[in-house]
Ligand binder design. Structure first.
Ligand code: CAA
Length: 259
């Protein structure tokens, strides 16, 4: 991988989109490297949570690569959208929890990338937006769908139709991010959050992710059944036995084993 760095820190991993000269814009190579990064993360059973950020102090990801897109035909445009959507959908449904640490511009494909993570926190320098209609296109890596689901449909439509960017405080106000930190405190906060998650029983955390993600796609009667099945799947695991025994024996549980 040349455009995505992956660092393992105990039971968490930090992936960094690394194309700083282009403000980490997403060209085909970055999309392929994000896929490769996810292959590596999924192949390592010791990684319980993933943090995703951008290289440098200015940008998380400034969007899909406008140079690469500028000459595409209709068919090539659709194929490029599919390429990005496949990668982002894979990220959204990655078995382990994901935290986006948005350290600057999160525009177009960058906003869409962070919306494909489970949790978003950002620096006070972060800027979010879907500027695509100003370039003559629609958001193409899930922005029309995920923004409307994450904030209200009316707010998503306003952001997308106007192509106006918003700052971190507004992103917090509309619920696009969960917290805002000074830039130098962002990565420590993101890693601490991921480590806190990673200390809980990994099988249970993954089941929660699956239950929430799948349940949101169906009606409540079906959603509750999804939860029941995933709730049941946690029983008889070593971590469930240890977690409950520790409580009953009034002791701290041993580190969870992901078993
Ligand atoms: N694609 C390609 N290159 C990009 C880029 C992008 N999305 N964003 C920035 N760059 C490049 C610039 O071309 C520039 O390269 P050069 O030094 O070779 O000229 C370099 O990154 C630095 O950028 P700027 O000089 O423009 O930096 P700035 O601080 O003046 O402005 C910015 C920063 C406001 C983010 C500005 O770069 C910008 O507006 N970028 C484009 C943002 C955008 O429109 N993103 C959406 C793309 S469309 C999309 O993402 C579709 C989709 O949904 C899939």
């Amino acid at each position: 991988m040349t455009t995505v760095l992956l660092e393992k820190k105990g039971h968490i991993a930090v992936a960094t989109v690394n194309r700083p000269k282009a403000l980490n814009a997403l060209n085909s190579q970055v999309l392929e490297d994000l896929n490769e990064m996810m292959d590596q993360v999924c192949a390592d059973p010791e990684i319980y949570a993933l943090v995703l950020t951008g290289s440098g102090e200015k940008s998380f990801v400034a969007g899909a690569d406008i140079g690469e897109m500028s000459t595409l035909t209709k068919m090539e445009g659709e194929a490029f959208g599919k390429k990005g959507n496949d990668v982002f959908r894979r990220l959204e449904t990655l078995p382990i929890p994901t935290v986006a640490a948005v350290n600057g511009f999160a525009l177009g494909g960058g906003c869409e990338l962070c919306m494909s993570c489970d949790i978003r926190i950002c620096s006070d320098t972060a800027v979010f937006g879907q500027p695509e209609v100003g370039l003559g296109i629609t958001p193409g890596f899930g922005g029309t769908q995920r923004l409307a689901r994450l904030v209200s449909p009316g707010m998503a439509k306003q952001l997308i139709y106007t192509a106006k960017n918003i700052k971190a405080d507004e992103a917090l106000r509309i619920g696009l991010v969960n917290a805002v930190y000074p830039l130098e405190e962002l990565m420590p906060a993101a890693e601490k959050l991921a480590e806190t998650i990673a200390k809980n029983a990994p099988i249970a955390v993954r089941a929660c992710k699956e239950a929430i993600n799948q349940g949101l796609q169906v009606d409540m009667d079906q959603a509750i059944v999804i939860e029941e099945k995933l709730f049941g799947s946690c029983f008889e695991t070593a971590d469930q036995k240890e977690g409950m025994s520790a409580f009953l024996e009034k002791r701290k549980h041993e580190p969870y084993q992901n078993k």
